[in-house]
Design a binder for this molecule. Structure first.
Ligand SMILES: Nc1ncnc2c1ncn2[C@@H]1O[C@H](COP(=O)(O)OP(=O)(O)OP(=O)(O)O)[C@@H](O)[C@H]1O
Ligand SMILES: O=P(O)(O)OC[C@H]1O[C@](O)(CO)[C@@H](O)[C@@H]1O
Ligand SMILES: [Mg+2]
Length: 343
């Protein structure tokens, strides 16, 4: 059995741990050979691959990024794209199956390749945003929350020194999980997420009540948050490779609005890709390793078109089609719980 691995979409701490988990499981429990496609689906379409041995994955569990590289290439486009060309390439390379590690887009593409051309593919979900419905948690999320929480802790001391209001922007294109968890962990005085538009008046009310108690207000905002009069998330950095607006900058918009209305000197910090870089936490290393191992088992079970997933504490297999239908948004009850701590 020869398996091709690829990592696609935005990178995420834990991708290398998945690769290591898969390779060790395959080599130790079976006699699997592995190759890696470089730069996600681009490596599939352009036949850019490299062998991966047990030696190559040594020490990888703690290494951030992905040794294979990633991109947002569409596997249905280009000369070598589409199920027929891909199947021909797999046959010529002697590759029996693909394990695609990626977010909702990557997994959707994987499922289409299976549905439309019978490509033998298994998915592994990744996203720091934790927005995939079929998995209770995705690896990378815990690491991002740790980094954001550390940022809040650091902002708090400088905010206290100057009596300033700090607005920290974290990632979260469609959902506010990183903001919610880091905000709760760091004791933020307001958490603003895409699922819950809030008026500037309400935000300022929270900020002023913090000041009245003699504290320096700390607001955490997800990049996808909107004020009620905004029709889409704030973006001023153009489009990404898949023609979606690059988000970022809502904190820089909110901080002067807060300062103007409350008279409290305010500062914005955009955490950005720092949340996606560096070593994964122990939790993410374990989760990613288990998912990598389970993906290899799913290949031997011929569970094509499915992805591995965390359900409670168990790793299960679910249909990608089911998994990518809608997003894992922050439920109202979780926001209401956090809201008790605001102001
Ligand atoms: N419906 C689709 N059909 C075919 N290809 C798709 C589809 N959706 C996405 N893709 C391809 O998969 C690539 C990866 O998707 P995307 O850029 O959304 O990353 P992702 O895997 O969802 O990770 P991230 O969490 O960073 O968004 C896209 O750039 C696109 O080329
Ligand atoms: O790496 P890029 O293309 O800037 O993507 C950024 C996006 O990727 C994510 O980090 C993960 O989907 C989002 O939170 C963010 O909007
Ligand atoms: Mg995506």
């Amino acid at each position: 059995m020869k398996i091709g691995l690829l990592t696609s979409g935005g990178d995420c701490p834990g991708l290398n741990a998945v690769i290591r988990g898969a390779v060790l499981k395959g080599v130790i429990s079976h006699t699997t050979e592995f190759v890696g496609f470089r730069w996600g689906w681009r490596g599939v379409v352009e036949r850019d691959l490299m062998p991966i041995t047990r030696h190559d994955v040594r020490g990888l569990a703690r290494q951030g990024g992905t040794i294979l590289g990633s991109s947002r290439t569409n596997p249905f486009e280009g000369e070598g794209g589409g199920p027929e060309n891909i199947q021909r390439m797999l046959d010529e390379e002697g590759i029996d199956a693909i394990i695609a590690i990626g977010g909702e887009g990557t997994l959707t593409a994987a499922r289409r390749l299976y549905d439309e051309g019978g490509i033998k593919v298994i998915g592994v979900p990744k996203t720091i945003d934790n927005d995939l419905l079929a998995t209770d948690y995705s690896f990378g999320f815990d690491t991002a929350v740790e980094i954001a929480t550390e940022a809040i802790d650091r902002l708090r001391t400088t905010a206290d020194s100057h009596g300033r209001c700090m607005v920290l922007e974290v990632m979260g294109r469609h959902v506010g999980w990183i903001a919610l968890h880091s905000g709760m962990a760091g004791g933020a005085h307001a958490i603003l997420i895409p699922e819950q538009p809030q008026s500037i008046e309400q935000i300022c009310e929270w900020v002023e009540s913090v000041r009245e108690r003699g504290r320096a207000p700390l607001v955490v905002v997800a990049e996808g948050f909107t004020l009620p009069d905004m029709t889409e998330a704030h973006s001023h950095k153009g489009l990404d490779a898949f023609n979606r607006p690059r988000l970022g900058g809502i904190a820089e918009m909110l901080a002067p609005m807060i300062e103007e209305r409350t008279g409290i000197e305010s500062r914005a910090t955009v955490l950005g890709h720092i949340q996606r870089g560096g070593e994964p936490t122990a939790y993410d290393r374990v989760l990613a390793t288990r998912l990598g191992m389970a993906a290899v088992e799913a290949v031997y079970d011929e569970s094509w078109g499915n992805m591995v997933t965390l359900r409670g504490t168990e790793i299960k297999t679910v249909s990608i089609a089911e998994a990518t239908g809608s997003l894992n948004t922050v439920p109202q009850s979780r926001y209401d719980e956090a809201r008790i701590l605001f102001g």
